[in-house]
Design a protein around this ligand. Structure first.
Ligand code: AMP
Ligand code: ZN
Length: 112
């Protein structure tokens, strides 16, 4: 499949790993928007939240528990933000479900 993040999971495109297990992969964003900015993705190709199925519920729950753990590992004790962009209006550029984890500075709200 011609998917950038599937290629990253397969090791065909290099990335800076933070965590990996049989279900998910976490790596640092190539264009960080805050001092800490990493992505957590399922290894299963799911295009976005809009494509989630009932059977993915546990996987998504496990990803969030891992996000909490990785945020601690990255010393985001003062808070952080989890973002998943969906489709064109959501600003999604890579059509493989990913959760941005941003922290290390005070983030603005609302987003632009
Ligand atoms: P989104 O715009 O929500 O689809 O987010 C895609 C993210 O992937 C952006 O923050 C990009 O900087 C990031 N990205 C694109 N290519 C790579 C790559 N090769 N390694 C790490 N992050 C990437
Ligand atoms: Zn993919």
């Amino acid at each position: 499949m011609d998917c950038l993040f599937c290629k990253i999971i397969a090791g065909e495109i290099p990335s800076n790993a933070l965590y990996e297990d049989e279900k998910m992969y976490a790596f640092y964003d190539i264009d960080p928007q805050s001092p800490v900015h990493f992505l957590v993705i399922p290894k299963k190709h799911i295009a976005s939240v809009d494509d989630l199925e009932e059977e993915d519920a546990q996987l998504v729950g496990e990803i969030f528990l891992k996000i909490k753990e990785l945020a601690k590992k990255e010393n985001l004790d003062n808070g952080y933000r989890v973002i998943t962009n969906i489709g064109e209006d959501g600003g999604q550029t890579v059509p493989h479900l990913h959760f941005h984890v941003l922290g290390g500075r005070s983030l603005q709200w609302p987003p632009g």
